[in-house]
Design a protein around this ligand. Sequence first.
Ligand code: CP
Ligand code: NVA
Length: 333
Amino acid sequence: MATRSLLESPITDAAFAEAQLSLAGRDLCSIADLSTDEVAAILSLAHRVKRDPAAFRHALDAQQMVMFFEKPSLRTRLTFEAAMNTTGGSAMFVDQTQSPLGERESLADMARNVERWVQAIVLRTYAHETITEMAQYAACPVVNALSDQEHPCQALADFMTVEERFGGSARGIRFAYLGDGNNVCHSLMLLAAQLGAHCTVGTPRNYAPKADVVAQARAIANMTGSEINLLQDPVAAVEGADAVYTDVVTSMGFEHEATKRAPIFKPYQVNEALMAHAHPDAAFMHCLPAHRNAEVTDAVFDGPNSVVFEQAENRMHAQKALLLLLLGAKLPS
Ligand code: CP
Ligand code: NVA
């Protein structure tokens, strides 16, 4: 495990101030929307709000946020609500699981209503375009709380967790993602590249991450000096890794493929035998919810190197930091 000091800040005060200005009023649809300094600013503020939550108790006083979710959620909903409630703001939740967005009313008209009442819109959708379209029309910040393409808030919390574990920086660490090349994988690849972490993705042949996202991640990686590798061999993918991450085999919306996928993904199960190929202290990571003894065994999930509940906790801190910056909050000095 690296031993860098947690006091080592990956961003200067001047770069933080510039990122703070540029993030105010912005949307977060994809990790690729963010610059390297903006990512560093969000994560640096996330560590700060975690250390001293009381300092931010009134930072979002009188700010309101609404969440429209087409898919179920435990962590994302509650961590966004907790983030608003503990900074002086409030959150409303609208269950759209029975009524897809854009069906009753166009997204453009919906945006033109909602922006009159709230300061931020948070969306969990099937189609990624539902989020980008809402962002196009709404005057207030729109945040992706998971689409079929990306899960950027998850990735921010995950790399906050990586930074905690590796002494304050993810630069140069070897991050392995195993399983489906899905929404979570896309955001993690992009963020690993932004932070200079090497990322190896191990998937079955027809389940690789989308080529355009890989190309985006590699373009960023070229600038930050990291490497993005795609493999099919699960053992080679985790060889020497500092962190091993997996997600469910069948994401929400793909349930009809569950039976077909189960045998294809069996060799990608994260178990003790597979973890033995990673670094001896390698962290085990999962966005949750997990299907125990499917994509990961109990022994690994409940083992001493599992940081899954730290990741879950950090969802709240990372999203709090994100909201503070997107809503242009005055930060305590
Ligand atoms: N990880 C995550 O997004 O969890 P939920 O689906 O419960 O929100
Ligand atoms: N890939 C999963 C993540 C759930 C948090 C899904 O989209 O269902």
